[in-house]
Design a protein around this ligand. Structure first.
Ligand SMILES: Cc1ncc(COP(=O)(O)O)c(C=O)c1O
Length: 222
């Protein structure tokens, strides 16, 4: 993939949509290639505080040797505090307060992933009970779910329809359940790889997740 014409690479860890957290050796490999080919790295780390697998740790590629000079790291207060559109002053005050207790387990940055892991587990269990297979995320906001068992029965598909778009629309219109496409993250030639998957976001209030679970319990696979 890297060659003399490569100028820039975008890395995203923890990743949306697949939930992968890149390991140190993978990031080192990318960093070495960036150095060898003089490539700039844009590192999207908006889910940096949301890692659920205790054997994995978020590593900033910019902290690897000789990488910071060529890396632009992107974070997100909106994602970190699960609240888009926060006023800058509020963000600054949250960071100021939490950074003072960064070494404590009480610190928001250290406790948020435990809270989200419980939400993720709860949703994965409900999806399993309703017959859908989840790809358990290492990090981030989303669970990838294989919904292919629903391609018959109440949910009918005509040959010329795009399966995932129709299924997402069916869930919204018929079941009042909002999920997210995965294929829109892929180039046209690769879309078929993701067409059996949709995304469920578990970064929600517990009451909202309870409603989702109630809807899932009424859904039937065939
Ligand atoms: C990987 C990734 N990067 C960036 C963003 C944008 O983050 P923000 O809404 O804080 O601008 C998103 C939002 O979904 C995302 O998933």
């Amino acid at each position: 993939m890297f060659n003399s014409r490569t100028r820039l690479i975008i890395v995203n860890t923890p990743n949306n949509p697949v939930g992968k957290v890149f390991a140190r050796d993978e990031l080192e490999h990318i960093a070495n290639l960036c150095q060898k080919h003089n490539v700039i790295c844009i590192s999207d780390e908006v889910y940096e505080w949301l890692v659920y697998d205790e054997n994995k740790k978020h590593i900033r590629i910019a902290t690897l040797s000789n990488t910071w000079q060529r890396t632009l790291t992107i974070g997100s207060a909106g994602k970190t505090f699960s609240s888009a559109g926060l006023k800058l002053e509020v963000v600054a005050r949250c960071f100021e307060y939490e950074l003072k207790r960064i070494n404590s387990s009480e610190c928001y940055f250290n406790s948020i992933s435990n809270e989200f892991l419980k939400k993720c587990d709860k949703l994965v269990q409900a999806l399993k009970e309703c017959g859908m297979k989840s790809v358990i995320p290492d990090g981030g906001y989303f669970i990838l779910v294989d919904y292919s068992q629903f391609a018959s029965g109440e949910f009918q598909l005509d040959a010329d329809e795009v399966k995932d778009i129709k299924f997402v629309r069916y869930l919204i219109e018929e079941k009042q359940l909002a999920t997210i496409l995965v294929t829109d993250c892929y180039i046209t030639d690769h879309r078929h790889l993701a067409e059996n998957y949709i995304r469920f976001c578990f970064a929600k209030k517990d009451q909202t997740l309870d409603k989702v679970i109630e809807i899932l319990r009424k859904l039937k696979t065939n």
